[in-house]
Ligand binder design. Sequence first.
Ligand SMILES: [Zn+2]
Length: 322
Amino acid sequence: MVNTVTGAIAPTALGLTLMHEHIIFGYPGYQGDVSLGGWDAERARTEVKTQVALAQSFGVKTLVDATPNECGRDPEFLKAISEETGLQIVCATGYYYEGEGGTTYFKFRSALTDIAKEIYDMMMTEVTVGIGKTGIKAGVIKLASSKDVITDYEKVFFLAGARVAQETGLPIITHTQEGTMGPAQARLLTEAGVPPNKIMIGHMDGNMNLAYHEETLAYGVRVAFDRCGIQMMVGMPFDNQRIDLFAQLVQKGYVERLHLSHDVICSWLGRPLEMPAPVAELMKNWHLGNVFQNILPGLQAQGLTDAQVRQIMVENPQALFS
Ligand SMILES: [Zn+2]
């Protein structure tokens, strides 16, 4: 069964699924900007519902919210959105990578206690009992590493998450910074005993090297091009490059282990974010319709069949959760 924010469902009920998005997200530190930021629930609802309606217009039934615990994850808000829109939402347990996460909490505790056990207990509680007092269970384990390194801090989360995944059968989804450390993540998690079919290495579309993707896929894991539409960050490719490389991976026979998503943030926590005009132009397709409006049509122009579209968007998420 799959834990959604409104209860457990069968994997076959997932339907068309976006594997890595954010209903709301804030970089740690947003909590301090209360005077000019703060939480405007009505603004957030409007922004989120606009994106959800767009996704649903293409038949999306389920969204995996990959927001780490310390980046504003709010299971009750997700539950309200799910109930109001009918979108099934799976939320995550896990902390963000060292460079952009809220690291001081567990770093401070590590001087005094065994944080490996604390983090394992936290994740295990969140997937089996619930998050806080909500009774809402996380349905995926989210792990994240830095550019060109999995730091010691991050490794503690990887090993705790691997243990929880083994003991519960829940899937793991990851963040690779700028598409680096894909093979290292795959090796660490599979050597820790996680079945490779339960691992989705994320943000791999930050790297446009075919051999690097095959090196990662050789571990038997899944690979996600889950930042479709992001064209402004350092090292990030354009969507046409994503389409070309993804099509090559399909042609090489990896279609059963490939995923597409956007890493969209429907509503930012903190102050509303205004993008400068040139950035906004590059980011104009960063929304929950981009995979359907641009990426899949681009792939179909390179020979992707309707059955393969269904494989990537429906059957692969179902297999990851089964
Ligand atoms: Zn993300």
